[in-house]
Design a protein around this ligand. Structure first.
Ligand SMILES: Cc1cc2nc3c(=O)[nH]c(=O)nc-3n(C[C@H](O)[C@H](O)[C@H](O)COP(=O)(O)O)c2cc1C
Length: 179
């Protein structure tokens, strides 16, 4: 399977990317072809809502979404969304990616991709991932993605805390077991 891991932290060696690396290690060991795309280091602009695409066509914006990520998404069998929680929600840069699905929503829903969520947060409370997780599931339902797994790394506020957390192993196992 071709797996596209979409990362969204400014901290290259931070907690969410550490969790992603473990997922990638497991998936690679299981023979999957994994590619990574780091939205924080690319030019991905917000959707303008101009409707030029009609939800199924070219986008007027020529940036790294239209010219690069869109093609990588098309080619992937599975998308993995990797994020630090920002104010109980997805980081804006990653939300931009979802909003830009607009230009090929019709096409994308017909592809029935698999999807997973890897999220970290400083807090380790019951509610810290409520919105993050609900948004992921709602997008899976709308885009007709199959939710194949979620890792919610509560208490992963620093790389040191994350390295000692059980979520490294959880992410590795998710990668190892995706089919
Ligand atoms: C703008 C911003 C907002 C944040 N909001 C939350 C939050 O709502 N809840 C929480 O537990 N941690 C919050 N954090 C902390 C990060 O989620 C946490 O430090 C995480 O480990 C950072 O991951 P990274 O190393 O991959 O960047 C926030 C951090 C930033 C910079």
């Amino acid at each position: 399977m071709r797996i596209l891991v979409i990362k969204s932290s400014g901290n290259k060696n931070g907690s969410s990317n550490m969790i992603a690396d473990e997922f990638i290690r497991g998936a690679t060991e299981s023979g999957h072809a994994v590619t990574e795309f780091d939205v924080m280091r690319k030019d991905i602009r917000p959707c303008l809502g101009c409707n030029h695409c009609g939800m199924d066509g070219d986008c007027v914006q020529q940036d790294d979404f239209e010219n690069d990520l869109k093609w990588q998404i098309r080619e992937a069998d599975m998308l993995v969304f990797v994020m630090p929680v920002y104010y109980y929600n997805w980081p804006a840069q990653l939300k931009n990616v979802v909003d830009r699905f607009y230009s090929f929503t019709m096409e994308l829903t017909r592809m029935h991709k698999k999807a997973a969520l890897l999220a970290v947060a400083w807090d380790d409370t019951k509610t810290v991932f409520t919105i993050t997780q609900a948004y992921f599931q709602t997008i899976c339902d709308y885009m007709e993605f199959e939710n194949v797994g979620i890792v919610l790394g509560g208490g992963c506020g620093t790389p040191e805390l994350t390295s000692k957390s059980p979520y490294m192993q959880e992410a590795y196992e998710l990668g190892r077991n995706v089919k």
